[in-house]
Design a protein around this ligand. Sequence first.
Ligand code: AMP
Length: 400
Amino acid sequence: MKILVINAGSSSLKYQLIDMETEAVLAKGACERIGIPGSKLTHKVSGKEDFVKETPIPEHKVAVELVMEALIDADHGVIKSTDEIDAVGHRVLHGGTVYCDSIVVNEDVKRIIREYFDLGPLHNPANLTGIEACEAAMPGKANVAVFDTAFGMAMPEKAYTYAIPHEYLEKYSIRRYGFHGTSHNFVSHEAIQFGALGDNAKVIVCHLGNGASISASIGGKCVDTSMGLTPLEGLIMGSRSGDIDPAVAQYICNKEGKDINEVLNIFNKQSGILGMSGGISTDFRDVQKAADEGNHLAKVALDAFAYRVAKYIGAYTAAMNGVDAIVFTAGVGENDARMRGQIMEYMGYLGAAIDEDINKASRGKEAVISTADSKVKVMVIPTNEELMIARDTANLTANL
Ligand code: AMP
């Protein structure tokens, strides 16, 4: 069985073709600058040189057609015909309160994705465009929507409800949803398997990348997660503030004559380690280099990042009345042994300890980095959202 995974953005379309027997990526790539001058397709097949086609891509349907052409091309293709693609899985940001699981797309599903344009204004319209482009380019092929909010839908009411007047939940569905759900779902389940943790394991997944979030789950079922109505809540991120007193927004508005949208833009795009470090970078490597060279703000930004993660781990341990495993994933979590070490320094009270040599040697591959006598297993598990989307798609369409 072969599954095509599509992640459509407003001007981009990323794809992977995955063979489900081996879970190997047969080909992957991206169309960039859709609808903008200078558009191109980059197609990658392992062991071959990248194929790049610079050509106008006025809309997503043309992008999907180019992907199809590349996949069946005699030189750089990996299949003979698109008939070999069994189904298409789509990353969709927001399923609102309706979807707590992936689903085969029909007109109702598209209507709901459209209904939640307000809650995912940058992503949901693009995700729907990607689905419709595949329907047009490959009529009759099953499409599956995999929602980034689905994992968080298992949160209990006490975790997802904001302490604001109830009418806002009723009228506008204002509540915590959580994002990076596909990653948290994948990593928490992989951790249970890889760490031989047992079916009801209490797992905290730290997804630390440019966007950062943390989840608590029991047996792979979400108990709490740090992002909220939008991805702004929770941890400090590359350029997002994470948790902040909302009155700060009003104060900046009043002092600088800005409106709320401008300040929210600052919280989303100019804050986090970028803002705290005085504008050095959203990239942890740059901020770390500056800190090593004696830049005080860079050091404070990294210290604050680690401190915030540690506080959440404490809170989630309390929420679950214990923790069996703490798992690191995404760009920083998978690669940055120093940041993992810095966070784990706070975990002495849990009896959790990491083996520094193993920690330093673990980069981008599954590993248990805790000591043999650590009371909590600490792991690195690389995230793989595309594989999670492909697995859900294969499961839902196997008997269609
Ligand atoms: P992601 O959003 O998961 O793709 O993560 C991207 C971020 O991971 C980058 O912005 C970097 O800050 C960070 N990153 C990647 N590799 C390393 C590394 N070796 N050390 C520290 N940070 C890294």
